[in-house]
Write a protein that binds this ligand. Structure first.
Ligand SMILES: [Zn+2]
Length: 71
């Protein structure tokens, strides 16, 4: 399997991961927070949306994470 350096821990820094994340974020924003899997390691993603509409995605396996607004 191809691999690349973990420059910043948790950084979504490659295009393929970003595209997969975009799909996850769209679902999370729509209220579907369960059943997502990490595009890097295929472990479960812990996803939630807070009161301000910020999306929080954290991988339970490799530690990738995203915190921010969609769009
Ligand atoms: Zn992962």
């Amino acid at each position: 399997m191809a691999s690349f350096d973990d420059r910043g821990a948790g950084a979504w820094d490659d295009e393929e991961t970003m595209m997969a994340l975009a799909d996850v974020l769209t679902d999370v924003a729509a209220g579907r927070v369960d059943g997502h899997r990490c595009p890097r390691c295929d472990k479960a993603l812990d996803c939630k949306e807070d009161d301000r509409g910020w999306l929080h995605v954290r991988c339970t396996g490799c530690g990738l994470r995203f915190d921010g607004m969609l769009g």
